[in-house]
Design a protein. Structure first.
Length: 272
């Protein structure tokens, strides 16, 4: 930073601003920060409406009986499909901390942006949960979070399986250039619908720590909450790893099975 004349006070610029203030202003106006802010805001909005529609359909059904369980499954599937097409080209439409973490592990997303994405997803979930809670005057018996129905182990295994399937599909339609990208929203939405249909009555079919943490914090219900942090994260990592193994379809089996190849697959491969 240059200074004009000796009459300026030490540490002041020609416009009377300190270098620190200019540095801060430059930081917040830099293209990288602006783009990241746009992405995080897209994650907040996407997660908000994912939670508002999904959890709202549950509350409406429990209070008024007009949605039915298949209707709730469709609501979850449709809203994720709509959000993928709405903000997918901006932020990637992760809307899920476990998905963000998995993308980072396999070098398909920068580690530096992981905390910002997760913070945005949790904020969106909290805002949507608070909106549903206040708008519908939700009683504790209508808790719209996720709690295990039966043993914790059964719900944990189920969350791992359905999260594996979700990430396997996401990896196939969103990270592989050989797939038809225009169908990504439909494929992911249908996967969510199927998973909720089979697991919704047992584990709640979370597949997403933000989906479970928002309602839990707003309504102070933390029964089995660890299941919905561990299960989806383990499942998505395994699903991402499985797809990255079969991504190398043009290589002989002996080469794929080499420890060095498996290690490169686990740490991430270049997008083909």
């Amino acid at each position: 930073m240059s200074f004009r004349g000796d009459h300026l006070e030490e540490g002041k610029s020609a416009k009377g601003q300190s270098p620190r203030r200019n540095d801060v202003s430059t930081f917040w106006s830099s293209p990288e920060v602006v783009v990241l802010t746009q992405k995080v805001f897209a994650e907040i909005v996407g997660t908000y409406f994912l939670m508002f529609i999904g959890c709202g359909s549950f509350v409406v059904d429990k209070k008024y009986g007009s949605v039915t369980f298949p209707g709730m499954c469709v609501a979850w599937g449709l809203v994720i499909m709509v959000m993928v097409y709405s903000v997918g080209h901006i932020s990637g439409a992760h809307l899920n901390p476990s998905v963000t973490i998995t993308f980072a592990i396999f070098r398909q997303f920068p580690y530096s942006q992981v905390p910002s994405y997760i913070a945005g997803q949790l904020l969106g979930s909290l805002l949507a949960s608070a909106t549903v809670y206040m708008l519908f005057d939700v009683e504790q018996k209508y808790f719209f979070g996720t709690v295990p129905n039966g043993s914790n182990v059964r719900s944990l295994v189920l969350e791992i399986i359905i999260s594996f399937l979700l990430m396997f599909v996401i990896s196939g339609v969103a990270t592989d250039n050989r797939s038809t990208g225009e169908l990504a929203g439909i494929a992911i939405g249908m996967t969510i619908l199927m998973n909720v249909l089979i697991a919704g009555q047992v584990s709640g079919a979370s597949m997403n720590p933000a989906r479970s943490l928002g309602p839990a914090i707003i309504m102070h219900e933390y029964k089995g909450i660890w299941i919905y942090i561990v299960g989806p994260t383990v499942g998505t990592i395994l699903g991402g790893f499985a797809y990255n193994l079969i991504r190398f379809t043009d290589k002989p089996l002996q080469e794929i099975a080499k420890p060095s190849m498996i290690l490169r697959t686990f740490t991430g491969s270049s997008r083909r």
